[in-house]
Design a protein around this ligand. Structure first.
Ligand code: DHE
Length: 560
């Protein structure tokens, strides 16, 4: 088997192998058999690489190279004064988590798996293979050629109000009719699908899996289905399309965590056109071998994508008007760029440098950094939320994984009525009291309410609830809604994390996912935004681990 074949098998094709830890553990050695190593590699990819990196150099999570993870015999002092990590301590960290933000895995991994991972991360990380343009091209499949696709919409669905829902652990996406709340189609996609994004026209949905599989769904088909696929890397999180006037539906771009690169494709077929590597220098001037592609967003101001490179802290403005002669503006910001969204004017893109506790704002009109704002611990905006604050004018909001606040940052506006707030721009004008473990915040231009989840909070009740504020009075939440209880689903061992509020196209409903156990039937709970009462519980035996939901109209037009 080739080296690539071995990695591939380790990542995705390996069935659960029996563990043979016995004597190795008893004798205190960390040695792994070939089977253990393959299993550990698979678990590491599925559970750890996202935060710690494939090369284990650390990003959102800590560095996990052997110089940190092995028992230190030379007396070197680690954080907290300890001189030892090693298997025992690592097992505790993996099992119970840390105050620094590491989540507990004792309800996800078995004791044997925790022991295996504690030993695996003391070994020198293998460097995975590269993935070339030719391999990307070889993986490309057109399932329904453009000429065989419908010339007009062939179904009676109100496409503006369709929700593309990630079914995380089944590697599927459910397309749900927002008007009738019926599941219209469930399509097979990549492993642990991450996000959906829309073409400028709203016809095509692009879905990226963590395994790098990008699927293109045509909403015009009688039953919307996947019409093309391509594998853009081994590990991926982001995708967007060309949205500037004259380039609608022309290109797609997807970012890869491993190898660190992005791929430009034709929008209607996913035919790969260009692969661009992102390795290079961090904003501190050090070379980084694994600068992963985090969020990508399409500009409405220019034919450009904003591509955020996590480890280096470099924000790329990639001009797609001539992809044969690609022009890129590189803007230094802060390390560990992750997720972000537009301000209300869609001129500024605000992105969290999460492990640096900063928000970087890029001015896509001038192509310059507009601001680098210090915020509380581990900002996690999703795409953030925009509204006009009664005292401070236009603001963009981010939640935090590591702090008990939602941060409001004043954003510039060219509207005369907001000129008086200019001195506030790029300042944190308010921190609203919330709880740690928040992942996503949301509002809508037609709503008076502001929603925030807290799925990563260790308290079960808080993880299963969302908070809603009246934007006219942000002094305290107007309501705490226990979504798990509201769903009427039976109690399960696994926590049903209430995650990712998403508005309907008309801004009148808010949909919340209940992210339950890997095999548990779960639900999306739909609330009436005005009354905060449950309007509908969408459930089905196939509704397993729903997480992100992307309303077609709101995602197409970046409304949040
Ligand atoms: Fe995400 C967005 C990366 C874990 C749900 N997530 C993003 C983006 C990145 C990212 C880079 C921005 C994409 C863009 O806008 O182009 N996410 C990562 C990770 O590296 C991380 C921390 C660990 C991992 O192994 O993947 C991670 N993410 C999660 C989850 O565990 C979540 C909660 C559940 C799930 O489905 O996997 C999750 N991430 C989401 C969602 C978005 C997202 C729903 C899009 C938010 C939006 O409204 O646009």
């Amino acid at each position: 088997m080739t080296r690539r074949g071995i990695w591939y098998a380790g990542f995705f094709a390996l069935a659960a192998l029996p563990l043979t830890i016995g004597s190795a553990f008893g004798q205190g050695t960390t040695a792994l058999t070939a089977e253990e190593k393959a299993q550990a590699k698979k678990i590491y990819f599925e559970r750890c690489a996202g935060c710690h990196g494939v090369l284990r150099k650390g990003a959102t999570g800590k560095n996990l190279e052997p110089h940190w993870t092995k028992t230190l015999k030379d007396g070197t002092k680690l954080e907290g004064g300890t001189t030892k990590l090693g298997t025992g301590r690592l097992e505790k960290i993996i099992g119970y988590g840390t105050e620094g933000g590491m989540v507990n895995f004792d309800d996800i991994l078995t004791k044997e798996e925790i022991n295996l991972m504690a030993r695996y991360i003391q070994e020198t990380p293998d460097v995975p293979p590269e993935y070339s343009f030719k391999e990307t091209l070889d993986s490309w499949k057109v399932i329904v050629p453009v000429e065989q696709r419908p010339k007009k919409q062939m179904n009676n669905i109100n496409l503006k109000n369709v929700f593309s829902v990630t079914l995380r652990d089944t590697g599927e996406v459910a397309l749900i009719d927002g008007d009738t709340k019926e599941i219209r189609s469930i399509v097979k996609t990549g492993y642990a699908v991450h996000i959906s994004r829309l073409s400028a026209s709203g016809r095509y949905v692009y879905v990226i899996g963590r395994d790098g599989r990008l699927s293109l769904i045509d909403l015009w088909m009688e039953k919307p289905a996947v019409v093309a696929e391509v594998k853009i890397g081994f590990d991926a999180r982001s995708v967007d399309t060309s949205k500037f006037k004259g380039f609608e539906d022309k290109y797609a771009v997807a970012g890869s965590y491993w190898p660190p690169q992005y791929v430009i494709m034709d929008g209607d077929t996913l035919k790969p056109r260009k692969v661009v590597g992102t390795r290079g220098m961090t904003v501190d001037g050090e070379y980084h071998p694994e600068p992963r592609v985090a969020s990508i967003v399409a500009s409405f101001t220019k034919p450009e994508w904003v591509i955020n490179i996590k480890e280096t802290g470099q924000i790329l403005l990639v001009d797609y008007s001539d992809i044969e002669n690609l022009k890129t503006t590189t803007i230094g910001s802060a390390k560990f760029l992750h997720d972000g969204g537009w301000d209300a004017s869609k001129r500024y893109f605000l992105v969290a440098a999460n492990a640096s506790n900063k928000i970087a704002a890029v001015d896509t009109k001038t192509g310059k950094l507009a601001a680098l704002v210090d915020v509380a611990k581990i900002p996690h905006p999703g795409r953030g939320a925009n509204f006009v604050h009664p005292k401070f004018g236009p603001v963009w909001a981010t939640g935090h994984l590591g702090a008990d606040v939602v941060t409001l940052i004043s954003t510039p506006s060219e509207e005369k009525q907001y000129a008086k707030y200019k001195d506030n721009n790029w300042k944190v004008v308010q921190e609203i009291k919330h709880v740690p473990g928040n992942l996503f915040v949301k509002t809508h231009p037609k709503s008076k309410h502001f929603w925030a989840d807290s799925p990563q909070n260790p308290d079960k009740d808080l993880a299963e609830s969302v908070a809603v504020w009246d934007m006219a009075d942000l002094s305290k939440p107007k309501a705490i809604l226990n979504v798990a209880k509201d769903s009427g689903l039976p109690e399960t061992k696994a926590v049903k994390r209430a995650v990712h509020p998403e508005y309907s196209a008309d801004g009148k409903e808010v949909w919340i996912s209940l992210w339950g156990g890997k095999t548990d039937q779960s639900a999306i709970v739909v609330y009436d935004d005005a009354t905060l009462k449950v309007k509908k519980v969408i459930t089905d035996p196939k509704m397993i681990t729903p997480t992100g939901k992307f309303n077609v109209y709101n995602t197409q037009h970046d409304i949040y």
